[in-house]
Design a protein around this ligand. Sequence first.
Ligand code: PLP
Length: 391
Amino acid sequence: MKGKGSIGLADRIRNLPPYLFASIDRMKAEALSKGVDLIDMSIGDPDIPTPRHIVKKMKEAVERPENHRYPSYEGMFSFRKAVAEWYKKRFGVTLNPDNEVISLIGSKEGIGHLPLAFINPGDYSLVPSPAYPVYSIATLFAGGRGHIMPLLKENNFLPDLGAIPMGVIKKAKLMFLNYPNNPTTATATREFFKEVVDFAMRNNIVVCHDAAYSEIYFGKKRPLSFLQIPGARDVGIEFHSLSKTYNMTGWRIGFAVGNARLLAGLGKIKTNLDSGVFQAIQEAGIEALRTKGSDLDVLRRIYQERRDVFCRGLRSAGLGVYKPEATFYVWVEVPKGFDSTGFVAHLLKNAGVLATPGNGFGKAGEGYVRFALTITIERIEEAVERIRRVV
Ligand SMILES: *Cc1c(COP(=O)(O)O)cnc(C)c1O
């Protein structure tokens, strides 16, 4: 019989890259235990509560017994229809709610499961760096390999498709993209998306576009849906989240839309792993998707004001700041003499301000730090004052 000590973790989790935030977490805990008045700008989790009308709808929906039973894995038809209506209104894209929309238990769930539907052992996913870590980890969990597409400043933080080796392209099944981008805050151009559709068609690659921040924008030009590009529906699916747009990170609801055959692949994985989103949450989700545009304008103005105060402050302190056109993050160049982790440690120790080191999102994030604008304007002003004194 095997002894207790021989029970080991599976290679797929034992071989995960080291947790880069571990040392930061330790420093954070230490600062808090010393009673430091910490300004935490490291986490992209909205501080503003879910709008009242959505909470009210949830309260009503949770009372109804028909909502207490197993939901369908692909989502209630009424929810999928609300998604299709939202898409039509926001992007001018027509979706069939029967097979071109699927509900998700948060978009992370769908992104995390997608490679199981498309990756065979040894296949590649094309993964941007820096990026949301789930793309590469989910690829590894499915037995695949991630090929890094660096997002560089000189390319406006868009991947250079021409730099991907032919040998990799031949074995690539998936490409992950995310615009507006976390962490660099870059947005995609129509030309770039056209290039992606062309590339994916020529090479038979599934495009998986993560559009979690499509509604957090500040300029006149609203971020694009990948599906607005002709041909995109033949090669791709797009992930959306209600988390950031409607301050619903804790509720766990999102959706994927696009190519019906590809969504059916994801759906097949899901039928075997989960049983859908609690119907009361889907009803609240429908209510969320029908939020008035003017309410979202108010939300965007709040982030915009925070952005303006923070960027102005850091620039006057001499830091290299990319003023974001979208997302609630600010991507900042680390000053000379520091690396990402060193600068985060310096700010934490000497200013009591916590940012996320860029290298935590992948090697190409080295030399940057990310701040999240998910704190009040008063705290942002305080953070600026403190940072100014130590750079
Ligand atoms: C927050 C975030 C998500 C996940 O959102 P959920 O719907 O809450 O799972 C996905 N992608 C990116 C880039 C994010 O920042």
